[in-house]
Design a protein around this ligand. Structure first.
Ligand SMILES: Cc1cc2nc3c(=O)[nH]c(=O)nc-3n(C[C@H](O)[C@H](O)[C@H](O)COP(=O)(O)OP(=O)(O)OC[C@H]3O[C@@H](n4cnc5c(N)ncnc54)[C@H](O)[C@@H]3O)c2cc1C
Length: 313
């Protein structure tokens, strides 16, 4: 145990060990610290999420030394201009072992909106030696943060925009070789199409937007895949920026109960994991649950970001 606090997870400073611009939209960083010797989960990482705290405008990070279970409230009490900015990211990979353990994170540069937001701004300037705080799972402790849970599903439908591509790439690498299904990955441009290892039975379809409206290529591809009439993507009237609906949790407070599977669609045995911009995910949710009657216990719909909204912590 290397931490200087009593929390069951890692909540420590990490250092940027390498930076690579892997494509026009993605900056890949390796984060290292002796504290990461304790990093680990019980089983595959799949879409394991972590928190990153970026420095405040003066370049300083908050200290979590001595933190206890009230750490989050204590951190929120620090004036906004001083406490830094907390955002959610995915562990794309883990390299090394022991005190040389490094977490690999792929950060999106929001080039289409001019690169706003502390996460995107930090990523654009990241250099070796920069420091962040990460909150991540500690081996042997319950942490959560993995939503991918297909159970005994016969077929998978994985749907992601650029923010969820790191999660789907990690899931694809962790799947058994016998897995079957399809993954649809929308990225801003052709140069963002990455080489990705995947089980032979899982078709991987990259959908570069190349100027098309956000989410439109995903929307069309998913409806066509499900045998639905392809209608244009329309922004829903109401969007919960923090949309989160999994078999065990609903951000709307809705009871999770089984829907009947509509006759005529062979959705039996399908598990769908859908993440990206909240408006786009809301529309896909409507199709899958309301129109196709997909069983809510077989889906995870996750708003990873919301157009025009800063995702505070
Ligand atoms: C479980 C989970 C896992 C995630 N994993 C990753 C990951 O591995 N890599 C990653 O890059 N992101 C990931 N995200 C998304 C990331 O947390 C958000 O994109 C977040 O808004 C980025 O913070 P920011 O400080 O850059 O922008 P914010 O301060 O949150 O937002 C500022 C502005 O930027 C806009 N914006 C935010 N994200 C984007 C975007 N992608 N494209 C265009 N405009 C945007 C907002 O609409 C807002 O107008 C994940 C989110 C969740 C919930």
């Amino acid at each position: 145990m290397t931490a200087n606090h009593s929390l069951p997870m890692i909540l420590d400073e990490v250092e940027v060990m390498s930076v690579e611009r892997i494509s026009p939209t993605y900056v890949r960083v390796e984060l290292g610290s002796p504290a990461l010797a304790d990093f680990g989960v019980d089983g595959p990482l799949y879409d394991q999420r972590i928190k990153l705290v970026f420095p405040n405008d003066a370049g300083n990070l908050p200290s979590f030394a001595g933190a206890d279970e009230s750490w989050f409230g204590t951190w929120l009490e620090i004036p906004e201009s001083e406490r830094g900015h907390m955002r959610t990211y995915t562990v794309r990979d883990v390299r090394g072992t022991g005190v040389d353990t490094r977490l690999v994170v792929d950060l999106v540069l929001h080039l289409e909106d001019g690169g706003s937001g502390p996460g995107s701004t930090w990523a654009a300037r990241a250099s070796v030696g920069d420091r962040l705080v990460t909150m991540a799972p500690r081996r042997g402790q319950v942490y959560g943060g993995i939503e991918f849970d297909p159970g005994t599903a016969k077929s998978l439908l994985l749907v992601a925009d650029e923010t969820a591509v790191p999660a789907v790439c990690s899931i694809l690498e962790d799947l058994p070789a016998t897995a079957r299904g399809a993954a649809f990955l929308e990225v801003p441009e052709s140069g963002d199409v990455l080489t990705q290892q995947h089980p032979e039975g899982v078709e991987v379809v990259w959908l570069p937007r190349d100027g098309a409206p956000l989410g439109s290529r995903l929307h069309e591809a998913v409806l066509a895949h499900l045998g639905e009439p392809v209608t244009p993507l329309e922004e829903p009237e109401e969007v919960d920026p923090d949309l989160w609906e999994t078999p065990t949790y609903s951000s709307s407070g809705e009871e999770v109960e089984a829907n009947a599977v509509t006759v005529g669609h062979d959705l039996d045995g399908l598990y769908a994991w859908i993440a990206g911009e909240s408006g786009v995910v809301t529309t896909l949710r409507r199709h899958l649950v309301r129109e196709l009657g997909m069983d809510r216990r077989q889906v995870a719909f996750m708003g990873y970001w919301r157009r025009g909204v800063a995702m505070r912590s």
